[in-house]
Design a binder for this molecule. Structure first.
Ligand code: ADP
Ligand code: ASP
Ligand code: MG
Length: 409
């Protein structure tokens, strides 16, 4: 007997038939003698709609009210899932974040989990009742509902798995595993039976949406075994094997590049002709950081007339705010103009093999050059190379790189 967390994403609970299908899948695990806790997302499209409503009323809305709105999607699916389970004879009840409680910090809209008391859930599971937990939500120090950032149900699932000391956390989604890149844009992507925590962490952080970055971070820290698999494949038989996120040394055949990710959620800002003197970076990036805006890639050029251009990238959703912050500081920073571009995408190649193999970046640059794709900004880390390009070339770049690194199936 094992104790498992089964998490179902939006497309897996998109309508009542799919909810019934998922309930049968849960029952199968229960009938096999396992202790199961379920974590659910909102029905596909629901969270987008809720976010859009907040935006339409007011782009600068109160994040606490945003949370009280967007957290409702998961409440619906948790209740419906409990009903579907009861309907096929499985004892189940829904749990909202605050009822567990799943405590978070006060960063509304992108809260971090502080702690979960698993005792209540464990007691119910031992009595044979299935907890169905509403993902993506918690309760902050102000006693108000918080949400964990888009895709946050993955993090709820891993955190619950750690709190109840589960043997495994199964993330059911609309693809049957973790691939070398997004299988929706590269049909020749290959499924990875295993991927190292560190590689998955980098891939998620540069745009591979299959797992939320924080869920991987937490799994790595709490030693939770995470498996990604499809909720559609083989509904009534045995599960098809998915992908496991594991320690590096559990992977026998290591590739130099494990995967490629892209993100279209980027924007580029150039601050023109700032004085080239000590403290200028602090003048520009200090106020942005105080406004809670994360800056990603940065380039500064040297010029011979004592001024320079500073270019950086940030999340597209923060662009308007960043422009407002910088315009307000224009006199202090001393720039002439601010240029922004949201038609950009970041393409990244990731692999632990880069630590010991040279030439990964060179291959990337040559491949993009052969396709006449211009590189606007470059950044690297120990196991990753990222470039910023025009977003129109996203698919072309990812496919060409996938072939260049020998990843095609
Ligand atoms: P869910 O609603 O189940 O959480 P998501 O849409 O958040 O599902 O994540 C699954 C999606 O992630 C897939 O449909 C796929 O398009 C995308 N994806 C991006 N990169 C990868 C990858 N490397 N492997 C698998 N899926 C990926
Ligand atoms: N429903 C939330 C979202 O769409 C959380 C999740 O699906 O993980 O972002
Ligand atoms: Mg997701």
């Amino acid at each position: 007997m094992s104790r498992i967390v089964m998490k179902f994403g939006g497309t897996s609970v998109a309508d009542l038939d799919r909810i019934r299908n998922v309930a049968r899948r849960v029952k199968r695990e229960v009938d096999a003698g396992h202790e199961v806790a379920v974590v659910v997302s909102a029905m596909a499209g629901t969270t987008n709609q809720l976010v859009a409503w907040c935006q339409q009323l007011s782009p600068m809305h109160d994040a606490r009210e945003y949370d009280s709105v967007v957290a409702t999607g998961e409440l619906v699916t948790a209740g419906l899932m409990a009903i579907a389970l009861q309907d096929i004879g499985v004892d189940a009840r829904s749990w909202q974040g605050w009822q567990i409680p799943l405590r978070t910090d006060g960063a509304h809209g992108k809260a971090r989990i502080d702690g979960i008391d698993g005792a209540l859930l464990i007691a119910r599971m031992q009595m044979g009742q299935i907890p169905v937990v509403a993902g993506f939500q918690g309760i902050g120090p102000d006693n108000r509902v918080t949400t964990l950032g888009r895709g946050g149900s993955d993090t709820s699932a891993v955190a619950i798995a750690a709190a109840i000391k589960a043997d495994r956390c199964d993330i059911y989604t609309d693809v049957d595993g973790i691939y070398t890149t997004d299988p929706r844009i590269v049909p020749r992507a290959r499924k990875l039976p295993r991927i190292a925590y560190e590689e998955m962490l980098e891939l998620a952080s540069v745009g591979a949406k299959v797992l939320q970055t924080r869920s991987v971070e937490l799994a790595m820290k709490e030693r939770v075994r995470v498996q990604v698999l499809s909720s559609f494949a083989d509904a009534d038989g045995g599960d098809l094997p998915g992908s496991l996120v594991v320690d590096e040394d559990e992977i026998v055949e290591k590739e130099i590049v494990a995967g490629i990710a892209y993100s279209r959620d980027e924007a580029k800002v150039t601050v023109k002709r700032v004085p080239d003197r000590p403290g200028i970076a602090a003048h520009i990036f200090g106020p942005l950081s105080e406004a809670g805006i994360n800056v990603d890639m940065i380039v500064q050029n040297i010029s011979d007339d004592a001024t320079t251009d500073m270019t950086f990238t940030l999340s597209r959703t923060d662009l308007a705010r960043a422009q407002a912050v910088l315009e307000a500081q224009k006199a202090e920073i001393g720039f002439t103009t601010l240029i922004s571009d949201s038609a950009v995408a970041k393409i990244s190649v990731v692999g632990v093999g880069m630590r010991s193999h040279a030439g990964v970046a060179a291959t990337m640059f040559k491949t993009l050059a052969d396709k006449a794709i211009n590189i606007q900004v470059i950044s690297t880390s120990e196991i990753k190379v990222s470039v910023l390009i025009a977003s129109d070339y996203t698919e072309l770049a990812v496919r060409a790189l996938h072939t260049a690194y020998g990843l095609d199936a």
